[in-house]
Design a protein around this ligand. Structure first.
Ligand code: F6R
Length: 248
């Protein structure tokens, strides 16, 4: 997997934002929509801030953009402080000119018996939009992408999954108590992600160095879901120097 290494997350985030802005503008010029797959968590915050700045200061319009988020906790209320729905509105959607009907996020509020149909519909909506042009990813300390935890099949599609204890601990700072972190989530699958035309995975900070090294340089294994990106010929890791420190 090719990597680009930046002095800090600000510079790396600006690069990612510029790549996205360029794609949006070239699609606009051709009269086409631009389909983005989006991630949440601490990693993409600075990139979203840069996209908002580009909208406000550089005239970047999102009128032709269609988005599909990777994942959402289950169950969770859409406007709960910790929901990924709320995260996306706070960090991006509330500040840009995207058409609200072009926003798609797995719904953490639907009744359990409707989850299967919801996941099937999510996959169908991605296909009907023409597939994901560019997918943004972070990486979990355990190598997860989206909420595809170690052991997830390369064939997996959007579905309900059980979060690893390590993931619940890593994300517990958002919640009052570890027991408040949902045990389940709805996530795009590995095959959903691998169907994207282009993939940008960002990783910042020393905690990600070991798993970045394994994903990029070790064997492809479902035990390190991000290593499956080695099978994709348009994927790129965007790293800061500390996250890249273990690469040979
Ligand atoms: C979030 C997601 C997760 C995160 C990963 C890293 O939508 O899909 O895979 O990207 O857990 O989280 P942070 O960025 O908080 O370190």
């Amino acid at each position: 997997i090719p990597v680009r290494i930046y002095p800090d997350l600000k510079e790396g985030s600006k690069f990612a934002a510029r790549e996205i802005a360029e794609l949006i503008r070239s699609k606009q010029a051709a009269g086409l929509s631009c389909v983005l797959g989006l991630a949440t968590g601490s990693t993409p915050r600075s990139m979203y801030a840069e996209l908002v700045r580009m909208h406000k200061e550089d005239g970047l319009s999102f009128r032709n953009v269609i988005t599909f988020n990777l994942d959402e906790y289950y169950p969770i209320e859409n406007d709960a402080l910790q929901s990924y729905n709320r995260f996306m509105h706070t960090h991006l959607f509330d500040h840009i000119d995207i058409d609200p009907k072009n926003i798609h996020i797995p719904n953490g509020e639907i009744p359990k018996e409707e989850i299967k149909a919801h996941c099937v519909a999510y996959e169908r909506m991605i296909e009907e939009a023409g597939g994901i042009d560019l997918q943004v990813l972070g990486i979990g300390n355990n190598g997860h992408i989206g909420f595809n935890e170690p052991g997830s099949s390369i064939m997996s599609r959007t579905r309900l999954v059980t979060l690893d204890t390590s993931t619940r601990i890593a994300n517990s700072h958002e919640f009052a108590n570890i027991s408040d972190v949902p045990r389940l989530a709805i996530t795009m699958g590995i095959s959903t992600i691998l169907k994207a035309k282009r993939i940008l995975l960002m990783a910042w900070g020393p905690a990600k160095a070991a798993v970045v090294q394994k994903s990029v340089e070790d064997n492809i294994t479902e035990q390190i879901p991000a290593s499956l990106l080695q099978q994709h010929n348009e994927s790129l890791f965007i790293l800061d120097e500390v996250a890249a420190a273990d690469l040979t």
